[in-house]
Design a protein around this ligand. Structure first.
Ligand code: WT7
Length: 648
C-alpha cells in the first residue's frame, strides 16, 4: 500500500532539538544501553540524592518488577516550581482561560504558583495529611486543580484526580477503593455555560458505604453558588489556606514512592487504580514533553485535555511545569460560545503549540472552514493529537485548514498506564503520514504479536506489545498487584500487552487500529463494556445486557447496548430513555448510550458465553459478515436481532 508522506519541513528541522540523524543515533543508543541513556537524561531533574541504580525492571513473571532510579530521592513540586524561581520567577506558569470569553484570563507566575502550592501544602499538613495518605481531587478546570496536585506532591500525599463529569456513584467507588482521607472540590464547575454540581455530588458520594475514611472536604468557591456546608467535615478552601506561609518544606521522596493514582476502565470489573511513582514518571513526562513538542523557552503551550485524565496530568501539569513552560488551562469547551473558541483562544494568548483530541477535530471539521478562517492562528507552530486513532481525513483538515500546512502534526500514541507518549513523530525528525503515530520514542521497544504470541517481523498487523520497561510505566494496580500482572503481563509472557491492535508498514511506521479487548474508546475516553453492562442490569426491569462499540462519526466509537427485559416487562420509548438516563446517572455523562436495541435473547455459545463478535457486526449493520455462527446455542436469536436492526 502506498501512503502519502509529508516530509519533515526543513525550516522546522533547522532549529529543532531533534533531527532525523540525532533521533536515529540516540534511539539506537537508548536501546543498546538504556542504563547509560536514562542516567544521562535523569540529569534534567533536580535530585536530592542522584540515583546510581537506573533500570532494574524485569517482565519475567517469576522475577517480576518495574523499578527505576531506586536509590534516587527528589520532590516533584520543587522540580516543577522552586528550581524555576531564580530564572523564571515572573514567567507565566499557568495561563488560565475561563469558560466565558468576556471574563478575565489569569496569568499565574511561577513565583505565585509556588506560593499558592506552599500555602495549600501547609494547610494539608495542618489538617493531618501525611506522606502516603490519599487525597481525592474532584475539581473543574481551574488553577486550584494544579495547585492541589502539586501540594500533594510537595508533602508526599498520593493524589487521585476524579474527572468532574463522573457521577456520585463513580466518585464514591474511587474514594472507597483508595480510602481517601480528604477531598478537594468546588461549589460548582462550569463547562460551555452549564453548571456541574460538584459539591452536591460529593455530598451524595459520601453517603455511600466505604467512604467513611474521608474526614475533610475542602471546597473552592468558584461560581459562588450556595452549597450546604456540613461542619466540621466541610471547610472553605480559601479559609484554610489563608494565613498559611508561602514556604513549605518539601518531603524528600524516594523515586519509587507513589505520586498518584488515576482510575481507568478495563475490560472487566471495576475501574483500576493505575499507580504512578515519582522519579521515573516525572522524568518521562518532562522529557517526552520537551522532545515531542520541540519545546522552546518562549512557547505558549496548550493542551485541551481535562486534568481528570492522564493527558492532563502529564501534559498540562507535570511535564510542562517540570520544563518551566507556560501551560494554558482552559475551563471551557470547543463550541462555546461558538465554534471558533479554540482558534480565538489561540489568537488571544498567542499559543504556539496546540494539543487536542481527534473527536474535537472531527466535531469542528463538521462546522466547515469558516469558523477557523475568521481567526489568524499565526502564532501556531506545532499541532498534536491524542486519545484515539485519527482518521486521515480529520488529520488533513487539521494540518491544512487549522495549521495551513505550516505546522507539523504529531499523532501521539500512549495510555494511562504508560505515563507518557510512547509512539509519535518528532516534528523535526520524522516524516509524517496522516493516520500514523509513526515511530517509537527513545527507549521504547514496540512489537507486534499474533494470537499465539509469536513476534511478527517486517510489515505486519497484530497485537501491540512492549518488550521492555520505560521510566513512566505504571507500577501496579493500587491495592491489587495480582490484577496488574493478570491484565498486562500474562497474555504474552515476557512483554507488556497494550490492549491495542496495530499495523506496521513497509517503512516501519506504526498505525494503531484500536482496542482489541472489551474496552470502548468514546471521544478518547475509555469505557469498559462490563461497567455499562453492570449499570444496566442494576435497573430493576433489566434481565440481561450486552454492550459493544460501533463506529461513530464524531466520537470515534459509540456505545451500543443490547438489553433483555425481565419477563412481563415491555419495551417502550419511555423505558429506552429511562435506561439511558439511568446509566448516565450511575456512571456519568461519558457513559451516554448511543443506540439501545431490545434483545429478546442474546447470542450465546452452548456454554453460555455471549458472542460479542456477532453483536459487534450487527451493531455495525454488517449482517453478512457474522462469520462462523455454528457454535451458537440458538441461531434464531441472531436472525431476530439482525431483522430488528435492519428495520430500525
Ligand atoms: C487508549 C488509551 C493517552 C492519553 C489519552 C487516552 C487509544 C490513545 C492514541 C493515538 C490511536 C490512541 C489507544 C490506547 N489511543 N492515543 N494517538 N492513536 N489510539 O488514554 O484513556 O488510557 O486510553 O487510547 O486505544 O490504548 P487512555
Amino acid at each position: 500500500m502506498t501512503q502519502t508522506k509529508i516530509p519533515v519541513d526543513p525550516a522546522f528541522a533547522a532549529t529543532a532539538q531533534i533531527t532525523a540523524e540525532s533521533y536515529a543515533r540516540d534511539y539506537a543508543h537508548s536501546i543498546a544501553d538504556p542504563n547509560e541513556f536514562w542516567a544521562e537524561k535523569a540529569q534534567r531533574l533536580d535530585w536530592i540524592t542522584v540515583p546510581t541504580r537506573i533500570d532494574e525492571s524485569n517482565f519475567a513473571l517469576d522475577d517480576f518488577r518495574v523499578r527505576w532510579f531506586a536509590d534516587g530521592e527528589l520532590n516533584v513540586a520543587t522540580n516543577c516550581l522552586d528550581r524555576h524561581l531564580a530564572t523564571r520567577g515572573d514567567k507565566t506558569a499557568i495561563l488560565w482561560e475561563p469558560d466565558e470569553p468576556n471574563e478575565p484570563a489569569q496569568h499565574i507566575s511561577y513565583r505565585e504558583l509556588h506560593a499558592r502550592v506552599g500555602r495549600l501544602a501547609n494547610a494539608l499538613r495542618k489538617l493531618g495529611i501525611r506522606q502516603g495518605d490519599r487525597v481525592t481531587i474532584y475539581l473543574p478546570m481551574i488553577p486550584e486543580a494544579a495547585v492541589a496536585m502539586l501540594a500533594c506532591a510537595r508533602i508526599g500525599a498520593i493524589h487521585s484526580v476524579v474527572f468532574g463529569g463522573f457521577s456520585p456513584d463513580s466518585l464514591a467507588g474511587r474514594l472507597a477503593d483508595c480510602d481517601s482521607k480528604l477531598v478537594i472540590t468546588a461549589d460548582e464547575g462550569r463547562r460551555g455555560g452549564k453548571r456541574i454540581p460538584l459539591k452536591a455530588n460529593v455530598d451524595e458520594a459520601l453517603k455511600r458505604p466505604g467512604t467513611t475514611a474521608v474526614e475533610t472536604v475542602l471546597v473552592v468557591r468558584h461560581t459562588g453558588a450556595a452549597v450546604p456546608m456540613q461542619m466540621p467535615r466541610d471547610r472553605w478552601y480559601e479559609a484554610v489556606v489563608e494565613g498559611q506561609p508561602d514556604a513549605c518544606a518539601p518531603t524528600a521522596m524516594n523515586a519509587e514512592d507513589p505520586l498518584f493514582i488515576l482510575y481507568t476502565s478495563g475490560s472487566t470489573g471495576k475501574p483500576k487504580g493505575v499507580l504512578h511513582t515519582t522519579g521515573g514518571y516525572l522524568l518521562f513526562a518532562s522529557y517526552t514533553h520537551a522532545c515531542v513538542f520541540d519545546l522552546r523557552e518562549d512557547d505558549v503551550y496548550w493542551c485541551t485535555a481535562d486534568v481528570g485524565w492522564v493527558t492532563g496530568h502529564s501534559y498540562i501539569v507535570y511535564g510542562p511545569l517540570a520544563n518551566g513552560a507556560t501551560t494554558v488551562m482552559f475551563e471551557g469547551v470547543p463550541n462555546h460560545p461558538d465554534h471558533s473558541r479554540f482558534w480565538d483562544v489561540i489568537d488571544k494568548h498567542r499559543v504556539t503549540i496546540f494539543y487536542t483530541a481527534p473527536t474535537a477535530i472531527r466535531a469542528l471539521m463538521r462546522e466547515g472552514a469558516a469558523p477557523v478562517q475568521r481567526t489568524s492562528r499565526a502564532s501556531l507552530r506545532l499541532l498534536g493529537t491524542v486519545g484515539e486513532p485519527i482518521n486521515p481525513e480529520a488529520w488533513r483538515w487539521y494540518h491544512e485548514t487549522v495549521g495551513e500546512k505550516r505546522c507539523p502534526v504529531v499523532d501521539t500514541w500512549w495510555q494511562t498506564e504508560t505515563g507518557g507518549i510512547l509512539i509519535s513523530p518528532l516534528p523535526g525528525a520524522t516524516d509524517l503520514k496522516p493516520g500514523s503515530a509513526t515511530r517509537p520514542f527513545f527507549g521504547i521497544r514496540p512489537a507486534l504479536v499474533d494470537a499465539n504470541g509469536a513476534i511478527l517481523d517486517g510489515a505486519a498487523e497484530g497485537n501491540l506489545v512492549l518488550l521492555g520497561s520505560w521510566p513512566g510505566q505504571m507500577r501496579t494496580v493500587y491495592g491489587d498487584h495480582a490484577r496488574f500482572l493478570d491484565t498486562y503481563f500474562r497474555t504474552y509472557p515476557g512483554s507488556y500487552f497494550t490492549g491495542d491492535g496495530c499495523r506496521r508498514d513497509e517503512d516501519g511506521d506504526y498505525w494503531i487500529t484500536g482496542r482489541v479487548d472489551d474496552v470502548i474508546n468514546v471521544s478518547g475516553h475509555r469505557i469498559g463494556t462490563a461497567e455499562v453492562e453492570s449499570a444496566l442490569v442494576a435497573h430493576p426491569k433489566v434481565a440481561e445486557a450486552a454492550v459493544v462499540g460501533f463506529p461513530h462519526d464524531i466520537k470515534g466509537q459509540g456505545i451500543y447496548a443490547y438489553v433483555t427485559l425481565n419477563a412481563g416487562e415491555n419495551p417502550s420509548e419511555a423505558l429506552r430513555k429511562e435506561l439511558i438516563a439511568f446509566v448516565r446517572q450511575e456512571i456519568g455523562a461519558i457513559a451516554g448510550i448511543d443506540h439501545l436495541q431490545w434483545a429478546p435473547g442474546l447470542p450465546k455459545t452452548r456454554s453460555g458465553k455471549i458472542m460479542r463478535r456477532i453483536l459487534r457486526k450487527i451493531a455495525e449493520n454488517l449482517p453478512d459478515q457474522l462469520g462462523d455462527i455454528s457454535t451458537l446455542a440458538d441461531p434464531a436469536v441472531v436472525a431476530n436481532l439482525v431483522r430488528e436492526r435492519r428495520d430500525a
